[in-house]
Write a protein that binds this ligand. Sequence first.
Ligand SMILES: Cc1cc2nc3c(=O)[nH]c(=O)nc-3n(C[C@H](O)[C@H](O)[C@H](O)COP(=O)(O)O)c2cc1C
Length: 190
Amino acid sequence: MKLLHINASIMGDKSVTRQLSQDIVDHYINENPSAQVITYDLDKNPIPFLSSASFTDKTEQAIAEKTLNDFLESDIIVIGTPMYNFGIPAQLKAWVDRISVAGTTFKYTENGPQGLITDKKIVIASSRGSAYGPETAHLDHQEKHLQSVFGLFGLTGDAVQIIRAEGVNLAPDAAEKEIAKARTKIPALA
Ligand SMILES: Cc1cc2nc3c(=O)[nH]c(=O)nc-3n(C[C@H](O)[C@H](O)[C@H](O)COP(=O)(O)O)c2cc1C
């Protein structure tokens, strides 16, 4: 079993999503001690943004190929991502741009796009300072964005699971409470 562990928060050890994503990885390693884990710290080692150089730069192309292959070869992908300005961090978007490859993770057909990935599990450790209930759900371009991308690949429903700590900045003790609440949901992850 191969597990890809990705973190995007800029907050280092204080990060809510880094703590939660590590707990999620530990959960899967407990279940499968021989699991091979590949870790991407997109804060310390950012992936280059797509640009005109992407068509010619050999170093960048090698990074792009490895990034895509690591995704394709993994059975479980655990992503720690905060909400930044209603969306995902730019460094995580740079990763998304490398795995969204027409002809590999999805294809265009006469009937619209079709997913080409069937055998993966995605677990998102999500955190946001505010809370996004029914009244403000339309502002969520973080979890919804990732669900859209993985849905494009064919990963829908239970294939994408979310462990969420939200409203963490709404009160002084909110983060601690939300992390504790989110942790109780990890043992039930399939
Ligand atoms: C640059 C930046 C932008 C943020 N934008 C939002 C936002 O749009 N909505 C929100 O609810 N929280 C926002 N937050 C708060 C974070 O989502 C929240 O603190 C989260 O717990 C961070 O996760 P982390 O601790 O793993 O870094 C932002 C924080 C930062 C640093």
